[in-house]
Design a protein around this ligand. Structure first.
Ligand SMILES: [Zn+2]
Length: 171
């Protein structure tokens, strides 16, 4: 169900490199935290606690996580891994200059990856608002908030109040 619904999202709104890098869904092994979905490169990782979650939660989480991919938030990660390969190849084949330059350059994608985290979350939530109804996004986020006990987390509060304001304006 998860991958099927993800495929529908991809077909409707393909991301820039979707032709070559098809987003995939991966369930964490059971020893990982159950409720922390995240996206690395074009892979969406979902905890095992999510397997039987309500439909609206699944729709929210999928749209939010795919939203990160669609809005290219993970693009720096590809450069990050390429440079890591550069470091390893440089070290193994004794090309110190390649290893040194790759190592120093690692800072660049790292900075971009951690730039404006809240703005990225807003954009991913907006993707869910576009693809689902506003209520699915609000209720889905509320469910996640309860499961992760993040009611007092400033980022959660900012995201939720933004969604509620959006709903107010719609009514
Ligand atoms: Zn997110």
């Amino acid at each position: 169900m998860w991958q099927y619904e993800l495929n529908k999202l991809i077909a409707k709104r393909p991301w820039l490199f979707g032709k070559w890098l098809k987003p995939r869904l991966i369930f964490y092994p059971s020893f990982f935290p159950a409720y922390y979905p995240m996206t690395i490169l074009h892979f969406i990782f979902v905890g095992k606690g999510m397997k039987d979650c309500p439909d609206y939660v699944r729709r929210y989480v999928l749209a939010h996580e795919y939203g990160h991919i669609y809005r290219l938030h993970n693009l720096p990660s590809y450069f990050h891994y390429l440079l890591l390969i550069g470091v390893i190849v440089g070290l193994v084949s004794d090309v110190n200059l390649l290893a040194a330059i790759s190592f120093l350059a690692l800072i660049i994608p790292a900075v971009f990856l951690y730039l404006k985290p809240l703005k990225k979350e807003f954009e991913a939530d907006d993707f869910s608002v576009d693809e689902n109804e506003i209520d699915v996004t609000i209720d889905g986020q509320q469910w996640m908030t309860e499961k992760t006990h993040s009611q007092d987390h400033p980022e959660r509060i900012a995201r939720m109040s933004r969604l509620l304001k959006y709903k107010d304006r719609q009514n």
